[in-house]
Design a protein around this ligand. Structure first.
Ligand code: NI
Length: 134
């Protein structure tokens, strides 16, 4: 049996958002989210971890160039310099760090395979991150 490895590649994107539930009156949004209702931006860091057996010949879990290409095309190009509230993946979902992690997972799982994708970690800033594992 071959050894298993967990490989992580880091990405970054800058995006804008605000916390707002359309179905709620403004007063309830302001009470719940405070200043987060005001549109603002973050420089997000995204760590995508894949896992699997370390191929005895290549010594790799996944072709990390392929991982870079897939995440770049699927997530970074989509979210970089974007208004997250306007993206269909956040229709009816507040673009919190939690929901961004879920959205990234949902975008990547069909491309990387749920058996290979292990974890999505989204950093909103150096003090806050959310992990999602499907
Ligand atoms: Ni924010």
């Amino acid at each position: 049996m071959s050894a298993r490895g967990y490989s992580t590649r880091r990405f970054s994107f800058a995006a804008g958002h605000r916390y707002w539930v359309d179905a709620w009156p403004a007063a309830r949004n302001e009470e719940t989210f405070g200043r987060l209702t005001v549109p603002h931006g973050h420089n997000y860091t995204l760590d995508v971890t894949v896992h699997g057996p370390i191929d005895p010949e290549t010594g790799m879990v996944i072709d990390l160039a392929e991982l870079k290409r897939v995440v770049g095309e699927t997530v970074v190009e989509r979210f970089d310099h974007a208004d997250l509230n306007a993206d269909p993946v956040f229709r009816g979902r507040v673009p919190t760090t939690e929901n961004i992690a879920v959205a990234v997972w949902d975008l990547l799982a069909p491309k990387l395979g749920v058996e290979r994708l292990w974890q999505v970690r989204v950093w909103e800033d150096p003090t806050l991150y959310v992990d999602y594992r499907g």
